[in-house]
Design a binder for this molecule. Structure first.
Ligand code: AHG
Ligand code: MN
Ligand code: MN
Length: 337
């Protein structure tokens, strides 16, 4: 019997199942977990040192950057550039994609899209935040500079995706298209240990997660769904429970384990939804589907089939337990406007 299985061991064991694997994706994951550990360390002392609060700049989407947004972005960027296995990165915190052209990077085949710190408004109040990542193979030939086209691929082309949740413990949850596995960080050993093998999103749940303060601005179908969640019905365990942290990673993580649905619909304030397709919706959609759940942008609109046209494009997002997502789709179908 094995003592523990570290994330590093798990990746090496899995690699043996893919003849011809070059080890580049393993090296990429090694960079991700190094950066995750550094960010974990910083977040854990957030109340003690001067790293909470605003950085004094807005990002490309006009949102105020927090110091830890900037910090996490730098750490992930530096770690990913150091291994020679990534040729470019796009980030919520960078207006344009970044080319990695030094050394072996120019010839590398992978690109990464990242939300370095998700839910960053939670950081000042000691509530969970996360990092989201999405990995593709470039389309442009290796050895040439990456192009925007490399980043504007639909989610169904993702090679791997995942998140790190910096919560009561820090965890990395990821997929390479062969199920979803979760690893909890042991800070005394400095390693992520396999703790949640083959994660499955329950088909049904009783949790709905949405910023209900925006209710008046929601489309009718969403309003009707919220009212449906609140009606008493023993057979379907309603009324459901409302849970909303305001950090997609944390809300998704809870619903993945317990069963539930996360909704960020269109509203008058966000006519295309708020969440970013490439580094928030697609990676979560990949994880949800790999765990048996579902992710759509509207009725019968699979998130991962959207062809992106812009790096920071937004999308309405409904993700979670399959039956719950299908119920929302039914309401959106019945009330299209
Ligand atoms: P970020 O901190 O990366 O900008 O993302 C915040 C996102 C998401 O994590 C969260 O679910 C959502 O914004 C919360 O938005 P509201 O405050 O509008 O509910
Ligand atoms: Mn985010
Ligand atoms: Mn962010």
């Amino acid at each position: 019997m094995r003592l523990i299985q570290t994330l590093g061991e798990f990746i090496i064991n899995r690699q043996a199942e893919y003849p011809g694997a070059t080890g580049e994706l393993s090296a990429l994951f090694s960079a991700l977990r190094l950066a995750a550990k550094v960010v974990h360390r910083e977040i854990n002392k957030a109340g003690l040192v001067d790293i909470t609060g605003a950085a004094g700049e807005d990002n490309v989407q006009g949102e105020e950057q927090q110091k830890l947004d900037v910090y996490a972005n730098e750490k992930f960027k530096t770690a990913l550039a150091a291994r020679g296995v990534v040729c470019g990165l796009a980030s919520e915190e960078e207006e344009n994609f970044v080319r990695f052209e030094e050394g072996l990077n120019l010839k590398a085949k992978y690109i990464v899209l990242i939300d370095p710190l998700d839910g960053s408004s939670n950081i000042d109040v000691n509530v969970s935040v996360g990092t989201i990542f999405s990995i593709y193979k470039r389309i442009s030939p290796a050895g040439t500079p990456v192009t925007e086209e490399d980043f504007l691929q639909p989610g169904n082309k993702q090679v791997a995706a995942g998140y790190i949740v910096y919560g009561s413990s820090t965890m990395m949850v990821y997929t390479t298209g062969n199920g979803v596995n979760g690893f909890t960080y042991d800070p005394t050993l400095g390693v992520f240990c396999l703790s949640h093998e083959s994660m499955q999103l329950p088909e049904d749940g009783i949790i709905y997660s949405i910023n209900e303060g925006n209710y008046v601005h929601f489309p009718t179908g969403v309003k009707k769904y919220i009212k449906y969640c609140q009606v008493e019905d023993d057979a379907t365990r309603r009324p459901y429970t409302s849970r909303y942290i305001g950090s997609l990673v944390s809300d998704f993580h809870r619903n993945l384990i317990k069963g539930g649905i996360y909704l960020y619909p269109t509203s008058s304030r966000y006519p295309n939804g708020k969440l970013r397709l490439l580094y928030e919706c697609n990676p979560m959609a990949f994880l949800a589907e790999q765990a048996g759940g579902k992710a759509v942008a509207g009725d019968n609109k699979r998130i991962m089939d959207i062809n992106p046209t812009e790096l920071h494009q937004r999308a309405p997002f409904f993700v979670g337990s399959k039956n719950m997502v299908e119920k929302v789709e039914a309401f959106l179908r019945e009330f299209p406007k």
